[in-house]
Design a protein around this ligand. Structure first.
Ligand code: ADP
Ligand code: GN1
Ligand code: MG
Length: 358
């Protein structure tokens, strides 16, 4: 069966008769836009990354139905402001096919845009409103109902351990060629535990967080450019607001693409940093603790470093986790992150001054 024939069969399980084409730039799942009315997104869940897809879907259904109620209460439109999943003929929110692959279908949110780079500080501030509001709306969600879909996802020290493991195994025979990147990572290992230590000592609270706040995971209204719908909900789990804040900055405050090969184009944009910070703090309001505030600048460094070492580890492992589209793609991604890390380190005092203004 060709992939297209397979997709037609899968769509039939959701009572849809239409064609589907690849869509978007996510690194994890396989995403297709289905040409039916209203339009639908079909996704194959990456089960190499998400080992227990039923648990992922249970989380997502619980979170989206909770959000739907919150959005209705505030007079919003749940069809635009959160994801709505379709059920199969059997009444399930996913379909497991004969090969053991898991598929899910949900409505495409029309009249929105998903950006790969923040064109203006204003767009980036709207992303902050979207992600910040998402966290605020989930503030009273019963966190103990959520499965941990990926263990120790933002435990940076654990990511360092995984990197050391990848270096030791050297599965793809690439360790010698990336000695410089390995040395860079090791020189920054001292930063790894600042957030997790603060969580352990209780000065940074656990909240229900998104944990993957890349700019293309929030949809902006195409006309008003307001941040309206947070998508890619696979990693919604208990976490720190610093994870969402830091991760959004590492991607959106960069002046270049995550995989830019000309590192001269990669800088950390303080104007975008300020725009994001102001909007995010506006959404979270008084709930932000003094320690969270203190760690905000450093969180941008830590999460950028963390994703950088994850790209490096995947390069060493032979590109088994993130989708790649060219040779050394994960290495290129690692290098942009490390360039940002060294700039952020220089900017930490300035960033602290900016945070203090809001
Ligand atoms: P991945 O986990 O691989 O990153 P995503 O769920 O983020 O997959 O989907 C990939 C891309 O598809 C998103 O970045 C976005 O551009 C687009 N997309 C996904 N869902 C929707 C939707 N409901 N409406 C509009 N665009 C969507
Ligand atoms: C992945 O799924 P996507 O492309 O939005 C990854 C994130 C990384 C990001 C780097 C589940 O996000 O953690 O920060 O790539 N998601 C998962 O671009 O590992
Ligand atoms: Mg995504």
């Amino acid at each position: 069966m060709s992939i297209m024939e397979k997709l037609v069969h899968i769509l039939e399980q959701f009572n849809i008769k239409a064609d589907a084409l690849p869509h978007g730039n996510g690194h994890i799942n396989s995403t297709f836009l289905v040409d039916c009315t209203p339009r639908v997104i079909l996704q194959r869940i990456n089960t190499n990354v998400f080992r227990r897809p039923e648990e992922v879907m249970e989380n997502i259904m619980a979170v989206t139905s909770y959000l739907r109620e919150e959005i209705e209460k505030s007079g919003g439109d749940p069809k635009k402001e959160t994801l709505t999943f379709l059920r199969t003929k059997e009444g399930l929110p996913y379909y497991k096919d004969a090969d053991g692959d898991y598929y899910r279908a949900y409505y495409f949110v029309e009249d929105t845009i998903s950006l790969e780079q923040a064109q203006t500080p204003a767009d980036f501030a709207e992303a902050a409103h979207g992600f910040g509001r998402f966290q605020r709306m989930l503030a009273n969600f019963p966190a103990d109902r959520l499965y941990e879909t990926i263990e120790k996802f933002h435990d940076t020290a654990n990511r360092f351990a995984q990197l050391e493991d990848a270096i030791a195994k050297d599965a793809a025979g690439r360790a010698a060629s990336v000695a410089e990147e390995i040395a860079f990572a090791r020189a920054y290992a001292k930063y790894a535990t600042a957030i997790t230590d603060a969580i352990a000592e209780g000065t940074v609270p656990l909240r229900v967080t998104h944990n993957d706040t890349k700019l293309n995971n929030v949809l902006l209204d195409a006309k008003t450019r307001k941040g309206i719908c947070v998508i890619d909900l696979d990693t919604v789990m208990p976490g720190s607001m610093l994870y969402d804040y830091g991760d959004a900055l590492r991607f959106g405050a960069s002046t270049g693409a995550e995989d830019e090969t000309d590192l001269g184009k990669i800088h950390f944009d303080l104007e975008k940093f300020e725009a994001f910070t102001a909007a995010f703090l506006e959404e979270l309001g008084d709930s932000v603790t003094p320690k969270e505030r203190e760690l905000m600048p450093l969180s941008a460094l830590i999460i950028t470093l963390e994703i950088g070492i994850r790209f490096l580890a995947d390069h060493l492992n032979g590109d088994v986790y993130f989708s790649i589209h060219r040779e050394n793609h994960n290495l290129d991604r690692c290098r942009t992150q490390f360039k940002l890390v060294s700039e952020i380190e220089q900017y930490l005092p300035k960033m602290a001054e900016i945070v203090a203004r809001y």
